[in-house]
Design a protein around this ligand. Structure first.
Ligand code: NAD
Length: 271
C-alpha cells in the first residue's frame, strides 16, 4: 500500500512540531503537507529546516484548500475558529480530519457534526491513552457510587493555555454525568468565588489552575462521607498527544463518514 499522506496544520505550534516529528517517525506514513496561518514567518519555508531537522522537501503553505487536496488525513491542533472551518474543507476533499483543538463553542462543534456527514472526523480534547482510560473509569465509578459522593474535577496546565476549564476536564465531567445519567449542563459548577452557599447535591464542580510549563494534570475527586476516591492522570510529555493523533489518523483510514472520538479509536466505548 502507498504511504498514507498526512498533513499537519499549525505546524509551527507546540503540538504542530511534535506532530511533524511523529509523522516522520511512523512507518507507512508520509508528511505530505504542512500549513501555518497567513503571514506566519514559516510560510514559504521548508518545514524541516524551520524545525532544525534539515530539508524535508515540504514547503509550509497557508491555503487550507491546497492542504486538504494534498492529503489523505490532516491533523489539526490550531484554534477553535480554524479547526471548525477546516472541517468543511475536509468534507469537500473527503479527507480524514483529526482535530485536537479544544475550547470549541457549541456552534463550532455543530460545524464538525455537519462536516462529519461527508468524511471521517476524529475529535478528542485529549489524545492520550491514559486520559481516555480515565474517561472510561470516571464514567464507571460515577455510575457505581451515585450522588452521595460529590464529584469535583481539578486541572492544572501551563500558563499559556487559552481556555479554561480544559477540554479534557469538561470531557471528564461529561463522562461523570453520563455515568450518573444526568446532563452535564444542568449540574456543572464552573469555578466558585465569594458567598457561594452550600454545595448542591449532584453538582459536578470544576477548578482550573494555571502555571509554569505543566503539560496537563487532571484529577477527578469522588468525595463521600468518611472516604474519598481520587483518580489522577499526569501528562509529562506532549508526545503522548502526538502519538494518539497519528494513531487516530491511521485508524480513520477508510472509515465511513462520522464524528469519532479517541474512545472509538482505542475501542473503549461502553455499549
Ligand atoms: P500553539 O499556539 O502552540 O499552536 C497553534 C498553532 O496554530 C500556531 O503555530 C498558530 O500559528 C497556528 N495557526 C493559527 N491559525 C492558523 C491557520 N489559520 N492555519 C494554520 N495554522 C494556524 O498551541 P498548542 O499548545 O499547540 O495547542 C493547540 C490546540 O491543541 C489548543 O486548542 C490546545 O488546547 C490543543 N491541545 C490538544 C491536545 C489533545 O490531546 N487533544 C493536546 C495538547 C493541546
Amino acid at each position: 500500500m502507498a504511504d498514507y499522506r498526512i498533513g499537519i496544520t499549525g505546524c509551527a505550534g507546540r503540538m504542530g512540531q511534535m506532530l511533524v516529528r511523529e509523522v516522520l517517525a511512523t512507518p507507512g506514513c508520509k508528511l505530505s503537507a504542512a500549513n501555518e496561518r497567513g503571514g506566519h514567518e514559516w510560510v514559504g519555508r521548508d518545514a524541516g529546516e524551520m524545525m532544525g531537522l534539515g530539508a524535508l522537501g515540504v514547503t509550509v503553505g497557508d491555503d487550507p484548500v491546497t492542504l486538504f487536496a494534498a492529503c489523505d488525513a490532516v491533523i489539526d491542533f490550531t484554534t477553535p475558529a480554524v479547526s471548525s472551518i477546516n472541517a468543511g474543507f475536509a468534507a469537500q476533499a473527503r479527507a480524514v480530519h483529526v482535530v485536537g483543538t479544544t475550547g470549541l463553542s457549541s456552534e463550532q462543534e455543530d460545524e464538525l457534526h455537519v462536516a462529519a456527514r461527508h468524511t471521517a472526523i476524529v475529535w478528542a480534547p485529549n489524545m492520550s491513552l491514559g486520559v481516555n482510560l480515565l474517561f472510561a473509569l470516571t464514567e464507571e465509578v460515577a455510575h457505581a457510587l451515585g450522588d452521595e459522593f460529590d464529584i469535583e474535577i481539578v486541572e492544572l496546565h501551563h500558563g499559556a493555555k487559552a481556555d479554561a476549564p480544559s477540554g479534557t476536564a469538561l470531557a471528564l465531567g461529561q463522562a461523570a454525568a453520563e455515568g450518573r445519567g444526568v446532563k452535564l449542563e444542568r449540574v456543572a459548577v464552573r469555578g466558585r468565588d465569594g458567598l457561594t452557599g452550600a454545595r448542591e447535591t449532584g453538582a459536578i464542580g470544576f477548578a482550573a489552575l494555571r502555571g509554569g510549563d505543566v503539560v496537563g494534570d487532571h484529577t477527578v475527586i469522588f468525595a463521600g462521607a468518611g472516604e474519598r476516591l481520587e483518580l489522577t492522570h499526569r501528562a509529562t510529555s506532549r508526545q503522548i498527544f502526538a502519538k494518539g493523533a497519528v494513531r487516530a489518523a491511521l485508524w480513520a483510514r477508510g472509515k465511513p463518514p462520522g464524528l469519532y472520538s479517541m474512545r472509538d479509536v482505542l475501542g473503549l466505548r461502553r455499549e
